[in-house]
Write a protein that binds this ligand. Structure first.
Ligand code: ZN
Length: 502
């Protein structure tokens, strides 16, 4: 073992521990924490964030990094050591640009903002959230200015979630996507006129939960190294490769919300559980980017979970669980229902065709906010105008409009585009998996996912943060990020499903 790299790892390990401890507190805040604890929790998260940051930007880190850099010269690009040093260098450079007070202030303000957002959302009252959002926007601008950027302030924030990606690159992908998707989505919506009220009747919550958990186990989620709980907004968080938490929210009167929410978060968790054990307690134990992360969740949720093959296997067990609801509904009817395409207001419950429209409208609004062309006070109105422009719908209140997502309460500006990028990547990867795994459709039709999971483990999961999104995509899918395969998937699937040539 290289002495300098080992010393550097030893120095970083407690920082990883502090971040994991903060993640535990963050998870608890979203799941079990009593409301009265919010001030204390905000202070605790602020302290942990500041300590981790101070340790990371210390002079000692720079010295140990320099020594490790010398030692990995000439080592293979993919080696754990060279990769750790490369990624640490990038993280360190960014972290040293951020003042500790700003880091602590962001952690504290966003902890308070989350509580305010939850209350504002439950009362559909944007006014309660507004001062928090103003504060977070101001801090995010400070953060972006501190990090620096070449072309646009958005680039600095986007880079936190999708390293190396810029606003102009996202814009050019979105422009091409929009010009094909808007007419395509309208054409599909116009044909898809069926109503499927059977999904809306009252489904027992525990039975929904159990059915979702059984599928997660079939997918390969390891409950010895993770668990699922309930939260207001589904998410996945990781305390260790051996402790990956998912949350879900189950609606009694809308079956797909909880079921596909669980499969989605399971896809994220399989990525985290599949990272090579060698990378545990290092900076490399995480996803390459949020786009890559989302490619995993969408692959399992949509390309597997909403496929005809999948329900060949799982529909009978579902019918047996809910005979009163689904006894008279045949499999094809159910398949059409869970793939119904219609303009709707809530992003997390949107179908796969219109989903990316939800992302594009948020991207537009974030750019306007960061460029100072839009005031937070005017955001609800601007939101409603965008919803009408992209979806042809106006929210009845702010709860189903501007308050629906948690992201801005986390100061996560620049996060939304990664959802759409992940959708595009998921199809590029799944197409290649189908080429390389003979019989994959039939395996899915038998409820067998071992080969698919092994393929993803090998191509994506095990590498953690060693490779960038582009490197992973080019190696695994043999191509750069592209909207073409996703559009082709949508055309093919819905032409088949509707019997109309789109
Ligand atoms: Zn996701």
């Amino acid at each position: 073992m290289q002495a300098a790299v080992q010393a550097f790892k030893d120095h970083l390990a407690p920082i990883i521990d502090l971040r994991a401890a903060a993640a535990v507190l963050g998870w608890d805040q979203e799941t079990y924490m009593p409301r009265g604890a919010i001030e204390a929790r905000a202070a605790q998260l602020g302290t942990l964030g500041r300590l981790a940051h101070e340790l990371f930007v210390a002079d000692e880190t720079a010295e140990l990094l320099a020594a490790a850099q010398k030692e990995v010269e000439g080592m293979e690009y993919d080696s754990d050591e060279a990769s750790l040093v490369r990624v640490a260098e990038r993280d360190f450079e960014k972290a040293t640009k951020l003042p500790s007070e700003l880091v602590a202030e962001l952690a504290r303000a966003s902890s308070l903002a989350q509580q305010a957002w939850q209350e504002a959302r439950s009362e559909a009252d944007f006014g309660r959230f507004r001062p928090h959002l103003e504060k977070l926007l101001e801090l995010s601008v400070q953060k972006a200015e501190a990090l620096g950027y070449e072309e646009h302030i958005y680039d600095a924030l986007l880079d936190e979630y999708e390293p190396g990606m810029t606003k102009s690159e996202v814009e050019s992908v979105f422009d091409r996507l929009r010009s094909d998707l808007v007419p395509l989505a309208m054409a599909i919506v116009a044909v898809d006129r069926e109503k499927h009220s059977f999904l809306l009747s009252s489904y027992d919550i525990q039975s929904q939960w159990d059915f979702g958990v059984a599928i997660m186990m079939d997918f390969g989620f390891d409950f010895e190294r993770g668990r699922q709980d309930r939260s207001a907004h589904p998410f996945t968080t990781t305390f260790s490769i051996n402790d990956v938490r998912v949350t879900t929210r189950i609606h009694e009167d809308f079956l797909p919300a909880g079921l596909f929410g669980s499969l989605h978060e399971c896809g994220h968790a399989l990525y985290e559980q599949g990272i090579s054990a060698h990378l545990e307690r290092t900076l490399l134990a995480g996803g390459a980017s949020l786009g890559v992360h989302e490619s995993q969740s969408r692959l399992w949720e949509i390309l597997v979970g909403r496929s005809r093959e999948f329900w060949t296997h799982y529909y009978e067990p579902l019918q047996e669980r809910f005979p009163g609801h689904l006894g008279d509904v045949d499999r094809e009817q159910f398949y059409r229902a869970i793939n119904k395409v219609e303009a709707s207001l809530i992003r997390v419950e949107a179908d796969e065709v219109t989903y990316n429209l939800h992302i594009m409208m948020r991207f537009d609004l974030e750019i306007d906010l960061l460029e100072g062309r839009l005031e937070v006070a005017d955001l609800p109105e601007a939101w409603n105008a965008k919803a009408e422009e992209y979806l042809g719908l106006v929210p009845a209140d702010d709860a189903e409009g501007v308050l629906q997502d948690i992201h801005w309460s986390l100061a996560a500006f620049g996060y939304f585009p990664t959802y759409a990028l992940g959708n595009l990547m998921s199809v590029q990867l799944f197409n290649r998996a189908k080429d390389e795994i003979r019989d994959l459709d039939n395996q899915i039709g038998r409820g067998e996912f071992g080969e698919l999971l092994s393929w993803l483990r090998d191509k994506i999961h095990r590498h953690g943060r060693k490779l960038t999104a582009n490197e992973l995509l080019e190696r695994a899918a043999g191509s750069k990020l592209s909207e073409g395969p996703w559009l082709e998937h949508i055309r093919r699937k819905y032409s088949d499903l509707m019997g109309v040539d789109f």
